[in-house]
Write a protein that binds this ligand. Structure first.
Ligand SMILES: NC(=O)c1ccc[n+]([C@@H]2O[C@H](COP(=O)([O-])OP(=O)(O)OC[C@H]3O[C@@H](n4cnc5c(N)ncnc54)[C@H](OP(=O)(O)O)[C@@H]3O)[C@@H](O)[C@H]2O)c1
Length: 315
């Protein structure tokens, strides 16, 4: 099955369902096998980040499939992300990412968080003294350089609020093509979707199921009685309802499963048809942000003293 696509403001198209590759613990062989299985099922969009540690396994599996002529590089959409410690030099960080992946270019390179860390901070949860003064204008100029050098086809951001998007647009020569953020039936991002829509920036949904099974995730979405009853009505699964809701809002969904049955189930969400009344029921659910980003907040060295500051009150 081939996935549907969205055209981005940078002119290229992106498959609407992407396979997430963050897993903890991060087992190389498990990731490689999942990527091979995903390609066979029709996944063509893959999401990684330097900080996930999944670039080598993802790249190896993709390169094997390309060598075996199971797929062409041009048919794959590959995203990775600039970690906070690499804001000093996005070009050299992206070259390292490409080496990890064994690829000549990325389709999308995202600023992972609006946070700058000291150059040696290659771990996901920074310590209080790991932060540096944020200078997104310089970081974004480095991202634009990556684009000019042909190291990636598009650039974007992740975890940016409406306010941060609008500030970035004040000085960006190239606007971001994507803002990848948490989005699911219980964190619907109404205001951010409107801001991004006004500026033709595509909103890509991470943790579209609420991350059940992740240490920091929640089963609230897939166990919600309303989501379950909509799934029951359509002979679908709660995960399919959550994914189809995200797709129905025009977003792409980056969903992680390394389990063959659930991977099939997730890509099968395209075939589900939700009624208007299902969408209205979902719009009434209580909202709950799961990835709050507390680890990027402190009262001394972070640019954000509170999570309200990190998200500019969109929390
Ligand atoms: N930009 C960012 O800051 C950021 C942050 C978080 C995530 N991401 C990206 O987004 C991807 C997805 O986010 P996520 O992993 O946090 O959340 P998610 O995709 O909502 O949830 C993943 C979890 O749900 C389970 N799962 C998958 N399909 C399921 C199904 N059909 N039914 C029940 N459980 C299911 C998975 O376990 P199994 O593998 O056992 O199926 C896994 O534990 C990540 O892998 C990463 O690539 C980006």
């Amino acid at each position: 099955m081939r996935s549907n696509h969205v055209r981005l403001n940078c002119g290229i198209t992106m498959p609407l369902i992407g396979l997430g590759t963050y897993s903890f613990p991060n087992y190389r062989k498990t990731t490689e096998l999942a990527v091979h299985n995903a390609l066979e099922m029709g996944y063509r969009h893959f999401d990684t980040a330097k900080i996930y540690g999944s670039e080598p396994a993802l790249g190896k599996a993709l390169n094997e499939a390309i060598c075996e002529e199971e797929v062409e590089r041009e048919d794959i959409f590959l995203t990775s992300k600039l970690w906070g410690s690499d804001h000093h030099n996005p070009v050299s960080a992206l070259k390292q990412t490409l080496e990890n992946l064994g690829m000549e270019y990325l389709d999308m390179y995202l600023v992972h968080w609006p946070v700058k860390l000291k150059p040696w901070v290659n771990y996901p949860v920074p310590n209080e003294d790991d932060f540096e003064k944020l200078d997104l204008e310089t970081t974004w100029a480095g991202m634009e350089k990556c684009l000019e050098m042909g190291l990636c086809r598009c650039i974007g951001v992740s975890n940016f609020s409406s306010k941060k998007i609008e500030c970035l647009l004040d000085y960006a020569s190239t606007p971001p093509a994507v803002n990848q953020v948490e989005m699911h039936p219980m964190w619907r991002q109404g205001r951010l979707r409107k801001t991004c829509g006004d500026h033709k920036i595509h909103v890509s949904a991470y943790s579209p199921l609420g991350g059940p099974g992740n240490a920091w995730g929640s089963t609230a979405v897939v166990n919600h009685p309303i989501i379950r009853s909509i799934a029951f009505k359509h002979k679908a699964t709660p995960a399919q309802v959550a994914l189809k809701w995200g797709l129905s809002k025009g977003s792409s969904v980056i969903v992680k499963s390394f389990n063959q049955e659930r991977m099939k189930e997730n890509i099968g969400s395209f075939d589900l048809k939700l009624d208007n009344e299902d969408i209205l029921e979902i719009e009434k659910l209580e909202e709950m942000k799961i990835m709050r980003g507390e680890f990027h907040v402190n009262e001394t060295t972070s640019p954000y003293r509170t999570i309200q500051e990190l998200w500019d009150d969109e929390i």
